[in-house]
Design a binder for this molecule. Structure first.
Ligand code: ATP
Ligand code: MG
Length: 204
């Protein structure tokens, strides 16, 4: 073999470089804390790569602006100003309303989740972003607001090199099946269990 020729160890016909550029579908699930914060950490890495980032919140935070939103939008503004890093687009569903985490709590929530998903699907089709953060997507899936088969097929068949990270508890098996990386956050301890309230900078 000529020197420097890539070795096809995985037997998939791809070079090491090609294999490094495979689209990732990362699922952060489980009961423990850290699913959303890990996804936002990934977005920081993506920003540094100059990637276009789309963040979609499927369950609106009770807080008007979370730290991750403020920080990533500031980074997006920096990109606009100086060209450093990547662009950041933040899509929050049900803007201005407080979300209640209960199935059927408000029909508008299901509608907003479907609108958000339609936006993601149309962007995936035209390869709008290089990283999609689909925060709390598992809830509209397990509550039946979105069709699991349709969402899974759209993610599986997405064109090009578009990375996706999905967060939320109880990720459906079909989603886990097509993911490239699945991390289950296991709760060992959480201060809420002893009655502590959420705190700024830690929870939002
Ligand atoms: P974070 O946004 O801090 O990364 P997360 O995305 O893993 O947390 P979610 O299920 O989205 O967790 O819930 C978000 C909120 O619920 C946060 O305030 C978080 O601290 C809290 N939380 C996370 N895990 C637990 C748990 N096991 N018990 C109680 N509260 C939790
Ligand atoms: Mg979360």
């Amino acid at each position: 073999m000529p020197e420097g020729e890539p070795v096809d160890i995985a037997g998939d016909g791809l070079t090491t470089k090609e294999r490094r550029l495979l689209p990732a579908l990362i699922v952060n699930t489980g009961e423990g804390k850290g699913k959303t914060t890990a996804a936002m950490g990934l977005a920081l890495r993506a920003w540094h790569q100059g990637w276009s980032i789309g963040v979609f919140q499927f369950i609106k935070s009770g807080k008007w602006v979370t730290g991750e939103r403020a920080a990533l939008e500031a980074l997006g503004a920096e990109h606009e100003r100086s060209g450093t890093g990547g662009e950041v687009e933040w899509y929050a569903t049900g803007a201005g309303r407080r979300w209640v985490r209960k199935p059927g709590a408000e029909p508008g929530h299901a509608h907003a989740a479907r609108e958000a998903w339609a936006e993601v699907a149309s962007r995936l089709a035209v390869q709008r972003h290089q990283l999609y953060v689909l925060d709390e997507l598992t809830y509209p899936l397990i509550w039946g607001w979105l069709d699991v088969g349709e969402v899974v097929a759209t993610l599986r068949d997405r064109p090009g090199l578009q990375h996706v990270v999905v967060t939320g508890r109880a990720a459906p098996a079909e989603l886990v099946e097509i993911a490239t990386t699945v991390t289950e956050m296991t709760k060992r301890k959480h201060p809420f269990d002893t009655g502590q309230k959420g705190q700024a900078g830690v929870e939002w």
